[in-house]
Design a protein around this ligand. Structure first.
Ligand code: C2O
Ligand code: CU
Length: 462
């Protein structure tokens, strides 16, 4: 049994259940982005000041059916401009929530109405797409679940959003959001391990239960190495998209920032507890605990594959190709790059707190302009992007608006994803059918990396 993580010298003893699931009706939902407070740290510590959607972290869970239309009015009661990005949804471009690319930032006191169809079932999430290092860290994210019309037969469907938050000794979020060290190294890594906004939450299950667990990594930068103890099962979807066939779940698996994973597991342990564990350099720690009541025997048989979402075949042979060279960061050996149209050396870049480049250009988002697209294609064309990570760090590359598949070294296509972990030194290739017209961001989801230059975009002409 893994030992519990010590938090600020005190044994975490929180006992709260993960937030209750609920559905949204046909009426437009109000999503209020505003300051709030919650108990994050163990008893004895103060509450933590957060920024949240509708008062909780994660924000209100949105649960709809495939094919439904989501209507949400964002109300910005924050002291900063904001927006909402619906991560992984093959969305109407105008609703994608990227300030400076698809919409104007929603200023304090303003509102914005999001309204779009949900073409795909699966596990998605929504989060602020403005000042993300700060706004996502402070709690502006939530799960967006799109249910299949014929969902698999399970005893419970649980959302587990993992996050790590950087707290000080008073359980306050540290305000070093622009720290050059984070921006030039691995990003903002936290010291409080949260699942559904809580340290070591507990959930009751029964032995023999079949659970659908929807894992979402909402952390700024941490690549989780996760494991499930006391359960055995299968991965059935990645980044919302069903696998063609369920795959037996490994003992340990990676979940990079922004990635999701749906697993169907049977509670098989004879012990009184099962665990979601996070593996760190110094061992494995329970980050969520399942209290196991004695029950029946596990079903044992593998679940059926989830029904596929609408497909957009990728034409590898006739695809347009474009390289993406990732450079920069600490220990990266980049000599300089183009920033706002001017070539600068590393020292000049560092003075502006940017450290990374794609194909020799620093791609900051937000108030800085976004430069030229990586590639411009016609709707219906296929695109291949060869990604070379010539840096000393891992990067989680996320494409907005469309899912891609990895082109494996043998030429076959991997599962559909919207976020790919490209580890240090790796070269990987992705391909997708450009079926969704608009201007789509393609960036590293280590949020401090994006803020410090790891962003570009592409245009699909309609
Ligand atoms: Cu989840 Cu551009 O982000
Ligand atoms: Cu990165």
């Amino acid at each position: 049994m893994p030992s519990r993580r010590q938090f600020l010298g005190t044994l975490a003893a929180s006992c709260a259940l993960p937030r209750v699931l609920h559905a949204t009706g046909p009426a437009p939902l109000r999503l209020r982005a505003a300051p709030s407070r919650a108990r994050i740290a163990p008893a004895g510590y103060p509450e933590t000041d957060l920024w949240t959607f509708n008062g909780t972290m994660p924000g209100e869970e949105l649960r709809l059916r495939q094919g439904e239309r989501l209507r949400a009015e964002l109300v910005n009661d924050l002291p900063q401009p904001t927006s909402v990005h619906w991560h992984g949804i093959r969305i109407d471009n105008a609703m994608d929530g990227v300030p400076g690319l698809t919409q104007d930032p929603v200023m304090p006191g303003e509102r914005f109405s999001y309204e779009f169809d949900l073409p795909d079932a699966g596990t998605y999430w929504y989060h602020s797409h403005a000042q993300t290092v700060e706004q996502v860290e402070r709690g502006l994210y939530g799960a967006l679940i799109v249910e299949e019309s014929d969902p698999p037969d399970v005893d419970a469907d649980l959302v587990l959003v993992v996050d790590d938050m950087r707290l000080d000794r008073d359980a306050a979020i540290t305000f070093d959001f622009d720290a050059p060290h984070d921006r030039s190294h691995a990003g903002r890594i936290g010291n409080a391990w949260l699942v559904n906004g809580q340290m070591d939450p507990r959930q009751k299950v029964r032995r023999g239960d079949r659970l659908r667990l929807r894992l979402i990594n909402a952390a700024n930068a941490r690549v989780y190495v996760l494991g499930l103890m006391g359960m055995t099962g299968w991965t059935v979807a990645l980044d919302g998209m069903p696998l063609a066939a369920p795959e037996p779940l490994e003992e340990q698996f990676l979940l990079a920032p922004a990635q999701r994973m749906d697993v169907i597991v049977d509670v098989t342990t004879d012990e009184a507890e099962a665990f979601l564990i996070s593996l760190e350099r110094d061992g494995g720690y329970a980050i969520a605990t399942f209290d196991v009541d004695p029950g029946g025997a596990a079903r044992g048989t593998a679940p059926a594959a989830l029904p596929p979402n609408p497909g957009f075949p990728i034409d590898l042979a006739n695809a347009r190709t474009v390289p993406l060279l990732m450079e920069g960061g600490a220990m990266g050996g980049m000599s300089g790059a183009v920033l706002d149209g001017e070539r600068q050396d590393m020292r000049g870049l560092a003075q502006q707190n940017v450290f990374w480049a794609f194909n020799g250009t620093v791609g900051r988002m937000g108030d800085y302009g976004i430069g030229d697209p990586l590639i411009e294609v016609d709707r219906g064309e296929s695109v291949r992007i060869g990604i070379a990570n010539d840096t000393a760090f891992d990067h989680a590359m996320h494409l907005h608006g469309m899912h891609f598949a990895e082109v494996r070294s043998d030429g076959s296509l991997g599962p559909l994803r919207d976020t790919l972990l490209v580890q240090r030194g790796e070269t990987r290739e992705i391909a997708f059918a450009a079926h969704n017209p608009g201007d789509w961001l393609f960036h590293c989801h280590m949020l401090a990396h994006h803020a410090a230059g790891m962003g570009t975009w592409l245009r699909v002409r309609g």
